[in-house]
Ligand binder design. Structure first.
Ligand code: AMP
Length: 283
């Protein structure tokens, strides 16, 4: 029988819980999430279990990373199921603060990461996003003081941004990236996939298929510009409206022109009806 995780909603309760289970030499891994948990999140939890003595999962739908026109209000919230799932995965602690606890009266600080957060990818279309992410993740790290933090490669620019911030601010947390978990047909798991209509769901795996095919062609030596412009057309023909589909340096996210400029990562964001999907693959 899996035990129930301790659920805490206030900083005082979090401190008490962390103090109780963090014995001398015991390590803590944090998995930050916005809930609506799926197997992608659980891959992070499993890696956390392997790396650390104690696993903390935060569930916080962070208002600061949504623009006013985005889906904060309708974002899926499945708290009771999430807790049952986390119990089955032997998570020790769930940190789920209210928005007023996270952003108290007079809150006036923002963490701004340059470098990977400012490479004209997600930041071009969601200019508010990485400021919101960096600020809340810095707070989560300060609150939970983890030795390890697990983030998905699915949100590749976010992974690089958080890694940069943790290093730059000497937060003494090792950020670990976890490969993307996919449906059998290749679609990356996402809490937002529930928004897809049946027809959109059928079209959705094209994004990953074209990313994979394009990566294979680039690896085989075809010109990057040609592969990317043909891939762009193939994705749009499947009914997507692309925000970006780009080949970038896998570490800096800077622009690349030839295979020799690599290692290369292909990154895409595209709208299918009202749903915005992002994905990326290594070349
Ligand atoms: P979210 O709840 O969407 O903010 O995601 C929380 C964490 O889970 C982030 O580090 C994501 O990158 C990660 N994640 C989301 N989807 C996947 C996936 N399909 N595979 C691996 N990690 C994922």
């Amino acid at each position: 029988m899996a035990g129930h995780p301790t659920i805490v909603r206030t900083i005082a309760a979090l401190d008490r819980a962390l103090g109780k289970f963090r014995g001398p030499g015991e390590s803590v891994a944090l998995v930050p999430t916005m809930g609506a948990l799926h197997d992608g999140h659980l891959a992070l939890v499993r890696r956390a279990r392997q790396r650390a003595d104690r696993v903390v999962v935060s569930i916080f739908v962070n208002p600061a990373q949504f623009a006013p026109h985005e889906d904060f209000a309708s974002y899926p919230r499945t708290f009771d199921t999430d807790i049952a799932t986390l119990a089955a995965h032997r998570v020790d602690l769930v940190w789920t603060p209210a928005a007023e606890t996270m952003y108290g009266a007079g809150f006036a600080t923002a963490v701004q990461v340059k470098g990977p957060a400012a490479t004209d990818l997600e930041d071009r279309f969601r200019p508010h996003f990485f400021g919101g992410v960096a600020t809340v993740v810095a707070k989560l790290f300060a609150q939970c003081r983890p030795n390890f933090a697990l983030f998905g490669e699915k949100d590749y620019q976010q992974l690089k941004t958080v890694t940069r911030m943790a290093a730059d601010l000497d937060l003494k947390v090792k950020v670990i990236g976890v490969p993307t978990v996919r449906e059998k047909d290749g679609l990356a798991l996402s809490s937002r996939n529930v928004y897809l209509s049946p027809a959109e769901r059928t079209a959705a795996p094209t994004l990953y298929r074209v990313l994979k095919e394009s990566a294979a062609r680039i690896a085989a030596g075809e010109p990057i510009a040609k592969v990317m412009s043909e891939g762009w057309i193939a994705i749009e023909e499947a009914g997507f409206a692309l925000d970006y589909f780009e080949a970038r340096h896998a570490e800096t996210l800077g622009r690349v022109e030839t295979l020799g400029d690599g290692p290369i990562r292909l990154l895409a964001a595209a709208r299918l009806g009202k749903t915005r999907l992002i994905d990326n693959v290594a070349v």
